[in-house]
Design a protein around this ligand. Structure first.
Ligand SMILES: Nc1ncnc2c1ncn2[C@@H]1O[C@H](COP(=O)(O)OP(=O)(O)OP(=O)(O)O)[C@@H](O)[C@H]1O
Ligand SMILES: O=P(O)(O)OC[C@H]1O[C@H](OP(=O)(O)OP(=O)(O)O)[C@H](O)[C@@H]1O
Ligand SMILES: [Mg+2]
Length: 302
């Protein structure tokens, strides 16, 4: 039984100490106006601009730290959070954490991969095989859904070399570019989880005034995430071509159309969510748009 957490009036956020998500997590929080004083061992950062402190830890420890009330929120991959939830369920305990926000970065997939030259006929092919993974619960759930009985072999790292070492027949691991699988003569055959970085938090609300601080932080995070995804698309077009260009503009806010002095032309600007692909710019140009520009947005206040 976990002892009740000490009352705290400062919010504590767990992030990865190093690894893939550590730096982007810090950058995100810094873009929310947070500044810190680092402890000498660099494991704790005391929030100066807001009562929000950081705890720098291994990513696998983040769900447990929140569950135990040591931290209030965490920035972690969905893959780690899902595995934690399934582990708890396996122990017959109720779900304690949820995704408070999806952050839109740190994207990867949890894939099953087999030897490159092997044919893939479907999940039933895995029956009776040994599957190396760091995510036995997530894999176990998927196998159960597929009605397949296989044996997870739990490894904390270097999962991809397990088949070559004779420890397993196939693997189930995180993939983004696929380079690690290829380097180990493996190929992905099915995805069992799509992951990205998320804000993990308790299923209920926080106590001691920390919910208010969390709400403020989340509002800033929402703004920062939206800002990061926003672009300003600018172009000029002859009035006669405006009807052709208008429908091709990417979805976003209502465009602003301004008359260009002394010419039968207008300048159009539109705030777009997400990247504007080259193909879209080429379509607009073909329809008569010129001086196309896509600019990042540094700040926004409606
Ligand atoms: N190849 C990848 N591309 C994109 N995101 C990834 C990739 N691999 C992992 N991730 C995401 O980044 C998270 C952290 O990955 P990382 O490899 O840094 O973890 P780790 O080695 O377990 O680190 P730690 O030392 O904190 O335990 C993963 O849980 C996953 O959500
Ligand atoms: O599809 P790819 O782009 O090749 O990425 C996949 C690799 O990335 C992760 O490991 P990471 O590189 O973070 O090293 P780790 O095993 O030490 O965590 C993951 O465990 C895979 O091994
Ligand atoms: Mg880890």
């Amino acid at each position: 039984m976990t002892p009740p957490a000490q009352p705290r009036e400062r919010l504590r956020v767990a992030i990865q100490k190093s690894g893939r998500l550590g730096e982007p997590a810090r950058d995100l929080l810094a873009s929310c106006g947070l500044t810190w004083r680092e402890s000498r061992d660099k494991l704790f950062c005391y929030g100066e601009s807001l009562p929000v402190d950081l705890l720098l830890v291994r990513d696998d420890d983040i769900p447990g730290l929140i569950a135990d009330g040591v931290c209030d929120l965490g920035i972690v991959g969905r893959n780690v959070l899902v595995e934690h939830g399934l582990e708890r369920a396996a122990q017959g305990r109720p779900a304690d954490l949820t995704e408070w926000r999806q952050l839109g970065w740190g994207a990867c997939r949890l894939d099953v991969a087999i030897e490159e030259q092997q044919e893939w006929t479907g999940p039933e092919q895995l029956e009776g095989l040994r599957i190396a993974t760091s995510y036995p619960r997530t894999l176990g759930r998927w196998l159960q859904e597929q009605g397949v009985d296989a044996e997870p072999v739990v490894l904390n790292g270097s999962v991809e070399i397990a088949p070559r070492l004779g420890q397993a027949d196939v693997v189930c691991d995180l993939v983004s570019s696929g380079g690690t699988l290829r380097a180990n003569q493996l190929r992905p055959v099915t995805t069992i989880l799509h992951s990205e970085a998320v804000i993990a938090g308790p299923s209920g609300t926080l106590d001691d005034g920390r919910q208010e601080i969390a709400d403020l932080l989340l509002r800033r995070i929402d703004g920062a995430v939206q800002l990061k995804e926003s672009r300003l698309l600018m172009l000029r077009v002859a009035r006669s071509d405006l009807d052709a260009v208008g429908p091709l503009l990417p979805a976003g806010h209502e465009p602003t159309v301004t008359q260009v002095e002394g010419r039968d032309e207008v300048a159009v600007q539109v705030l777009v969510h997400g990247p504007v692909p080259w193909a879209k710019l080429e379509d607009l140009k073909r329809a008569g748009a010129a001086n196309l520009m896509v600019l990042p947005v540094e700040g926004m206040l409606a």
